[in-house]
Design a protein around this ligand. Structure first.
Ligand SMILES: NC(=O)c1ccc[n+]([C@@H]2O[C@H](COP(=O)([O-])OP(=O)(O)OC[C@H]3O[C@@H](n4cnc5c(N)ncnc54)[C@H](O)[C@@H]3O)[C@@H](O)[C@H]2O)c1
Length: 273
């Protein structure tokens, strides 16, 4: 189903750890739609992951390691990508999240504050650093599109999501604020896609994730959106078909966010006959 939606476009994709990663699917779908890409991930993740396998599948895309919390690494990444492409970049996927508090099972009311700094730096401030690096280098073309992945815990409490909820709120706020400034200066758009719970390495780190996925499935009229569907939405956001969409948090969740209760869930509370 080649449609060439991204023909001639060049992008950087952060966060493909393994073939379950949402970023992995985005890379595959973007290339299938005609894009040229550069892949990146934290140096430590490269050792664990299978990113070279993905690079080979994506027309031998270059892989440039970068810790997204390091401004120096980000600068080298954008410079390296522009050198490879021989020009500016059209789209960026920020698909990065990590909380040491969640990983170590710390209760939200008893978090380690150093860990919280890491959660916020890795999962949210890294988007600011990415955008600032791109803007300072004038690395993005006009009407370029930056998408970061979020989760509805930015708006509503999901107890086991811990301090990642605070990181996602900050991520969405940076999207609005930087989206304003980058839009005015260079017509670059910045959005978040708020994705259904999805089985990936990061997702599975959340306690009770399987039950949670089942709950979300039963609360979503269309069911949970999977990683491939998320990748298709990202491609649409990178394309010229969404040129005037910016500073938004876009729910991609099968209707979960607007559902108060579903008949399937309510039936579980019906008295036994
Ligand atoms: N899986 C879900 O249920 C779900 C739902 C909504 C949103 N999201 C978001 O989607 C994004 C991608 O997560 P995923 O579910 O594909 O899991 P994943 O574990 O495959 O991806 C997370 C990525 O973040 C990278 N990363 C961590 N620290 C980094 C650093 N310092 N520098 C650069 N990269 C770093 C990891 O190496 C990994 O590739 C995250 O922002 C996550 O919060 C996931």
């Amino acid at each position: 189903m080649a449609q060439d939606l991204l023909k001639g476009k060049k992008g950087i994709i952060f966060g493909a750890l393994n073939d379950m990663s949402i970023a992995w699917k985005v890379a595959e779908q973007a290339v299938a739609q005609g894009a040229e890409i550069v892949l990146t991930n934290a140096p430590v993740a490269m050792r664990m992951g299978a990113i070279n396998e993905l690079a080979a599948k994506c027309n031998n895309a270059p892989v440039i390691p970068a810790d997204a919390t390091s401004e120096e690494d980000l600068q080298k990444l954008f410079e390296g990508a522009m050198e490879h492409f021989g020009g500016k970049i059209d789209f960026v996927l920020h698909s990065i999240g990590m909380s040491p508090n969640v990983r170590k099972g710390k209760h939200y009311t008893d978090i380690n504050y150093k860990f919280l700094q890491t959660t916020l730096d890795v999962s949210a401030i890294s988007l600011h650093k990415t955008l600032a690096t791109a803007k300072n280098l004038d690395a993005l073309n006009e009407w370029g599109s930056v998408v970061a992945l979020s989760y509805i815990a930015a708006q509503r409490i999901f107890p086991d999501y811990g301090d990642m909820a605070d990181a996602k709120s900050l991520l969405e706020s940076i999207t609005r604020s930087f989206g304003y400034h980058y839009g005015v200066a260079k017509k670059v758009r910045v959005n978040t896609i708020s994705q259904s719970p999805t089985i990936t390495t990061a997702g599975s780190g959340v306690k009770g994730f399987d039950e949670f996925i089942a709950y979300s499935e039963s609360m979503s009229p269309l069911g949970n959106a999977d990683a491939l569907a998320c990748a298709d939405y990202c491609v649409m956001m990178f394309s010229d078909l969404t040129r005037y969409v910016t500073m938004q948090n876009l729910f991609h969740d099968g209707g979960f966010s607007n559902t108060g209760v579903s008949m399937e869930v309510i039936s579980k509370f019906a008295p036994e006959e």
